[in-house]
Design a protein around this ligand. Structure first.
Ligand code: SF4
Ligand code: SF4
Length: 191
């Protein structure tokens, strides 16, 4: 037989034995394997009644972080959008007006920031690219839905709550080592 790849395969013309013709040993062997799995620990769980515990550094739904004073850290530089291989991020930049210093940390901020969760592959490159420690992936799952429109996540879903008690903890991802690495201008990643 000639395959598309060009490699040829030799087909066996070996005659079947009596036991192979009646299939009984093969059926019994199949049942033996099936029954042996009945008593093993199951790899599956009864989702959604039972939920798995995710690792602290699981890459799930994004969060746009605020600083210690509650100001949005994102400065709408667009680096996350450029780094995104799925082109899932869009934003509109705006200039901070006098009196808005308590809302936005930098002079420029994202008036619109959207992530298309249907495009996102949760690779985490946006988080790596961000020079302002503004975007992080979290272990929260993006819920399923019947409508596509609901998967465009805007700032209402992405920016973390102002209430300090309801902030999203990203300490497992925002480690000292990562911060040090990002400061190192000799690394191509940080240029
Ligand atoms: S996690 Fe990856 S695919 Fe998703 S928005 Fe960030 S860079 Fe894009
Ligand atoms: S999240 Fe970070 S990389 Fe993306 S626009 Fe805001 S500051 Fe820039």
């Amino acid at each position: 037989m000639q395959l598309i790849s060009g490699r040829s395969v030799v087909v066996s013309n070996k005659k079947m034995t009596f036991w192979e013709k009646i299939y009984l040993p093969a059926v019994l062997n199949g049942m033996r394997i099936t029954f042996s799995h009945l008593f093993r620990k199951k790899a599956t769980i009864r989702y959604p009644e039972v939920k798995r515990e995710f690792a602290e550094i699981y890459r799930g739904q994004h969060v746009l972080k605020r600083d210690e004073e509650g100001r949005e850290r994102c400065t709408a530089c667009g680096l996350c959008a450029v780094a995104c291989p799925a082109e899932a991020i869009t934003m509109i930049a705006a200039e901070r007006k006098p009196g808005e210093e308590s809302l936005y940390r930098e002079e420029k901020y994202a008036s619109v920031y959207e992530i298309n969760m249907l495009r996102c592959i949760f690779c985490g490159l946006c988080e790596e690219a961000c020079p302002k420690e503004a975007i992080f992936l979290t272990k929260r799952i993006v819920p399923s839905d019947f409508e596509r429109d609901g998967f465009i996540y805007g700032k209402d879903k992405l920016v973390e709550p102002l209430d300090p008690l309801k902030r999203i903890d990203v300490s497992k991802r925002e480690t000292k080592e990562v911060l040090e690495f990002k400061k190192d201008k000799s690394k191509r990643h940080n240029q």
